[in-house]
Write a protein that binds this ligand. Structure first.
Ligand code: FAD
Length: 481
């Protein structure tokens, strides 16, 4: 047995301590924890803070879930914020106040017919049946609507526009409600991929504004990331019809939700459709005085000087006519008697052109002069006769084009949103390519609207109605999980 004296033991201890100190000094300092290491927990993680995301977050929080709402831009709202703030619906409080007779089934039929039946009828009926309740719910959140008016091609007043602020009139009260319910809203936080465990989705990985990678882990993820038109590759892949067209959507519409869902095996539904619109330039929206001139139902021609549509038709059908025509530029023609005040601004911005004669105008704008003169002649004759024998525009809108100086506002095809994304069921569960729901993954809003539309948008307000109704369902289902 080895025996140490007390003196030797103390010496040994001192030696051990000194050695340990020396080793510590020589070992390189341990690196600071990698930013990627941060993990956050919540019950429900909602990605995207537009109509669908806010509705989902509110419903999930009201059901008692702890909710984190991730938004990649510095402010919430998405395309919903810049929208016209119109919500389409049947059996609504507004219709009741006006005594309008309407039914959810008639609304569903309208949507189905406008899509020539190429839609998920169960999903359409599901939304139509809840559309009135959704508008009542929005009112209960503090959203104020004007009396409904017709939208699309139906004469039934179903378009409910906010009293103030267009899209902001929808977003602001919901943002306040979400905060009041304790939803944690993290802006400048971009979800980059879904986290999975076996085949279930258990969270998302996100980049924060200071460049950190954080994993948000939870029981359910709701994708509410909007459309994909701001991503050139996705636009070409899923909506080539809109290649090169002006986009008025939120710049957050880069299809992140579609990509993330696709990566975990979601079935993607797309039919090459968009919310077709028109505009004078990317930086001049229709809310601008010059941009708003696109709605004047005057004489429109293509660059061959030919008319191509009933100019008073609903804007998505007008867009289709532009696409069928194939030209890139179209022109709204004014004469000295019909020139609106804002047009001079358009001339200054070089989106409108002027000429003392039609020939001069044609040269300035790049329109075929003979075609333009011929079309104006014919149009004036129809105006005089009081009948549009070519395209059936109402007689009272046939304003003749007679006296110079003449003007042409250049108008191009534009889009307000995209169609297509992961397939969902009426519980908003995302469906995989094997036909089964992907556990823990939900999607609602423009990100998952492929079953709701064919290629032509049926009526203003349809998209936001679908976003709110299905966003609410997603929030409830995610919380229940
Ligand atoms: C000018 C304009 C006018 C319109 N007017 C109307 C109208 O009056 N009525 C109507 O029904 N429709 C209208 N539309 C269409 C409608 O606004 C949209 O289809 C709808 O608002 C989409 O809602 P959403 O919640 O799905 O997406 P959004 O409102 O676009 O919200 C999606 C959010 O997700 C965020 N996001 C995206 N990716 C990520 C990520 N990786 N991580 C975190 N956040 C992310 C985006 O930044 C965005 O804030 C209009 C569109 C435009 C552009």
């Amino acid at each position: 047995m080895v025996r140490f004296s007390r003196k030797k033991s103390v010496l040994a201890l001192v030696l051990v301590v000194v050695l340990a100190m020396l080793m510590a000094a020589c070992t390189p300092a341990k690196k600071e924890a990698e930013p990627a290491g941060e993990t956050r927990e919540a019950d429900v993680i909602v990605v995207g803070a537009g109509a669908a995301g806010l509705a989902a977050a509110i419903e999930a929080a009201e059901a008692g879930a702890e909710v984190v709402l991730l938004e990649k831009l510095p402010a919430v709202g998405g395309s919903t914020l810049v929208s016209g703030g119109i919500v389409y619906g049947a059996e609504t409080p507004g219709q009741e106040r006006l005594g309008v007779e309407d039914s959810a089934e008639d609304l569903a039929q309208y949507w189905i017919e406008r899509a020539e039946g190429d839609v998920d009828e169960e999903l359409i009926r599901f939304v139509a049946e809840r559309s009135g309740e959704t508008i009542a719910w929005l009112e209960s959140m503090g959203v104020e609507f004007q009396d409904p008016v017709p939208a699309g091609t139906s004469p039934v007043p179903r378009g409910h526009t906010t009293k103030e602020g267009r899209g902001a009139g929808l977003i602001r009260p919901l943002e306040a409600k979400a905060k009041e319910l304790g939803v944690e809203i993290l802006t400048e936080t971009t979800a980059t991929k879904l986290l999975t465990d076996d085949n279930a989705v258990v969270g998302v990985e996100a980049e924060t504004k200071d460049g950190k990678t954080v994993q948000f882990r939870g029981k359910a993820v709701v994708l509410a990331t909007g459309g994909y038109d701001r991503d050139e590759d996705l636009r070409v892949e899923y909506a080539p019809v809109a290649e090169g067209h002006i986009s008025y959507t939120s710049r957050g519409n880069t299809g992140d939700g579609l990509r993330m869902a696709r990566e975990v095996g979601a079935e993607i539904i797309s039919k090459n459709g968009v919310i077709g619109f028109r505009g004078v330039a990317e930086n001049i929206p229709y809310t601008d005085p010059v941009g708003g001139l696109i709605f004047v139902p005057g004489l429109y021609v293509d660059s061959a000087g030919q008319r191509f549509v009933n100019e008073a038709i609903d804007y998505p059908i007008f867009y289709d006519a532009m696409i069928a025509n194939g030209d890139e530029n179209f022109y709204l023609i004014f004469d000295a008697n019909s020139v609106p005040e804002a047009l001079q601004e358009g001339v200054d911005d070089e989106v409108a052109f002027a000429g003392e004669t039609l020939a001069e105008l044609a040269e300035a704008a790049g329109i075929d002069p003979d075609g333009l003169e011929e079309t104006v002649d014919k149009y004036n004759q129809m105006a005089e006769a009081g009948e549009d024998t070519e395209f059936g525009k109402p007689a009272e809108l046939l304003t003749p084009v007679k006296e110079g100086p003449f003007y042409a506002l250049r108008v191009k095809p534009a889009i307000l949103g995209t169609f297509g994304g992961p397939k969902i069921n009426v519980k908003t569960e995302v469906i995989g390519t094997d036909g089964q729901p992907i556990p823990g993954l939900y999607a609602a809003g423009e990100v998952a609207n492929g079953q709701f539309f064919k290629t032509t948008y049926p009526a203003s307000g349809t998209s936001i109605q679908m976003c709110f109704t299905l966003g609410r369902v997603a929030g409830r289902e995610a919380a229940a999980r």
